[in-house]
Design a protein around this ligand. Sequence first.
Ligand code: MLT
Length: 262
Amino acid sequence: MTFEQPSSLRLLALHAFPLDGRMWGLVKAAAAAGQLGAGVAVTAPDFRGRGGASRAAEPVHAMSLLARDVLEELPGDEPFVVMGLSMGGYVALELLARLDAGLRARLRGLVLCDSRANADDDAGKAKRADSAAAIEKDGMEPLLAKMLPQFLVPESRGGALEQLVRTMFLATPPATAAADQLGMAGRVDRFDVLGTLAVPFLAAVGDDDELTPPSASEQMVDAAANAPWVELLTLPGAHLAPLEHPEEFLPKLRAFLDRCRG
Ligand code: MLT
């Protein structure tokens, strides 16, 4: 993970499955242009086994393992906000569960986009095991064909965002994606983290997201009722709603980060 410049607020942006840190390019560019507030810098690491990650893939990528990887490379003494989309959100919740007192004192906020806090049921776990086996056997193309319509509504298709999603999917080694699926299958409920959250919380979700539907974000917002600030932002779009509609998401994110600074 590279921390390019000192910041007054670090936004740690965690990516979805089976994508990589490039998905947060728009948010990085907005921060670099000062659109997220003075001194906000974005770090969007690649989870192990892909892209610029320094760690190799393991057979199973438990969300706790990915969270530990990110935490081990979180240097310095900057205040930070954690943001995760979908699997990145699962990792974000595990990361928050593992903060020591020093890191907890630096945490300023949590953003979960198109994500959920509940574990998979048995049918969901079985589907992930089948998916992992299929990925190992057939590679990423069939998964891309299945998931692209779930990631982007028809109006968001055919442009640079779809091209980026395709590029990230196909750059993810099949063994890495299979390990992610097995790790997500084993994840635990993390409503406990939301129930004890002591920082502002923003949940953003696409109104057409069938993978992590608006009801999952509503449950997270309810669970975080005791946090100092809780907001549910419903965006037009599917599973990548913040990227499908940055013109709506980025101003809300900026307002949220301003609030996190206190
Ligand atoms: C993701 O976008 O990270 C995945 O769809 C999450 C999941 O499969 O639960």
